[in-house]
Design a protein around this ligand. Structure first.
Ligand SMILES: NC(=O)c1ccc[n+]([C@@H]2O[C@H](COP(=O)([O-])OP(=O)(O)OC[C@H]3O[C@@H](n4cnc5c(N)ncnc54)[C@H](OP(=O)(O)O)[C@@H]3O)[C@@H](O)[C@H]2O)c1
Length: 328
């Protein structure tokens, strides 16, 4: 496993994403399989595990806590969790007020069954709370030794600048995959220039690029893909055409699968530190071993761009994931 550093700590360039394991937006995952998935990641050299209170409304963090307990060595894990989203019967809302963050930190430490968090990330910008104020609260957590490094997620350059004027910023976590590249223009170059690590989420485009999906497939109402606009016709077919062509390209040129191509693409983009890989079962991580000892050159990158632009004529981004603004 190739490594990189976040705040001077060695972390794997593939990180396990635990959204699906939480069981609330991707269908249920039995606890023993979810714990086994975390342990299997560590066995494969993946030490970075990304989680959040919102994944399964606390359940994903509990699973990660159970995996750490069962493994026995806390230092084998680099835990990246998040704060700043609240949920109720009306939906999910950004809330990074100081009292909320203080309560969330204690809840996460309890669920993870640990006395420190390696990387504490603000999940989404809260437009009702000044970012400088949020950064001051996270700095307080870091000084208390409860969190080791500070990160953000879904932040613009201006928002990261504001955070960084108050507290050291170690990472940003944006969406990034070969269909969703909004960060190419500003966020990625800025992070590279400032030494801010980038952990990409939806590296497999929420399974579209994993190569398992078929035309005509539908998703359960409780599955996030039921409302994801990429998975609705006529767009779904356009994306699947791109995946079919990428599958042929990966096989003919590299003898690789499309999931390996998609993950390699993210890892080979300048400025990307870690690609998060969402998995619900240990075997979904088998393909990680297929990422070693090859890379995509500029002609392959250009061919991929051609396939995507020719196949997807009505692209759509991941904006539907943006949480609501809470009432004043
Ligand atoms: N900061 C944020 O706002 C934010 C937002 C989204 C995600 N994230 C983080 O990023 C992580 C990853 O992103 P993501 O959850 O959006 O999804 P992703 O990594 O793009 O895709 C994950 C899905 O791909 C499928 N998959 C994975 N490996 C496979 C394999 N080998 N063969 C076939 N299918 C495979 C599985 O879907 P099936 O269900 O079909 O098995 C899995 O649930 C999350 O878990 C979370 O930690 C963060």
């Amino acid at each position: 496993m190739k490594m990189t550093t976040i705040a001077n700590v060695e972390v794997s360039r593939i990180g396990l994403g635990t959204w699906a394991i939480g069981g609330s937006e991707w269908g249920q995952v039995p606890d023993d399989i979810a714990v086994a998935t975390c342990l299997s990641a560590v066995d494969r050299g993946i030490n970075l595990i990304d989680t959040a209170p919102i994944y399964g409304r606390g359940h994903a963090e509990e699973i990660v806590g159970k995996a750490m307990r069962s493994h026995g060595r806390r230092e084998a894990f680099f835990i990246a969790t998040k704060a700043g989203l609240e949920w109720n019967e009306h939906g999910v809302f950004a809330n990074s007020t100081a009292p909320r963050l203080r309560r969330e930190l204690e809840d996460s430490l309890r669920r993870l069954n640990t006395d420190y968090i390696d990387l504490y990330q603000v999940h989404w910008p809260d437009t009702r709370t000044p970012i400088a104020e949020v950064a001051r609260v996270l700095l307080e957590f870091q000084r208390q030794g409860k969190v080791r490094a500070l990160g953000v997620s879904n932040f613009s350059v201006a928002q990261m600048e504001e955070f960084r004027s108050v507290a050291p910023l170690s990472s940003n976590q944006p969406p990034y995959n070969l269909f969703e590249r909004e960060i190419d223009n500003a966020v990625l170059p800025w992070c590279a220039a400032k030494g801010v690590a980038v952990l990409t989420y939806s590296s497999l485009c929420r399974s579209l690029l994993a190569g398992r999906l078929q035309r005509g497939m539908t998703f359960n109402e409780k599955d996030i893909r039921h409302v994801d606009p990429k998975f609705q016709e006529p767009r779904f077919s356009q994306y699947l055409t791109a995946v079919e062509r990428l599958t042929r390209f990966a096989k003919e040129r590299y003898q690789k699968s499309v999931v390996e191509l998609a993950a390699r693409w993210v890892l080979d983009r300048p400025g990307v530190s870690v690609a998060l890989w969402g998995a619900r079962r240990p075997d979904q991580l088998d393909a990680v071993s297929g990422l070693s000892n090859w890379s995509l050159d500029s002609s392959a990158m250009a061919q991929i761009d051609r396939i995507v632009s020719e196949s997807v004529t009505d692209p759509v981004g991941p904006e539907y994931l943006t949480p609501g603004v809470r009432e004043a």
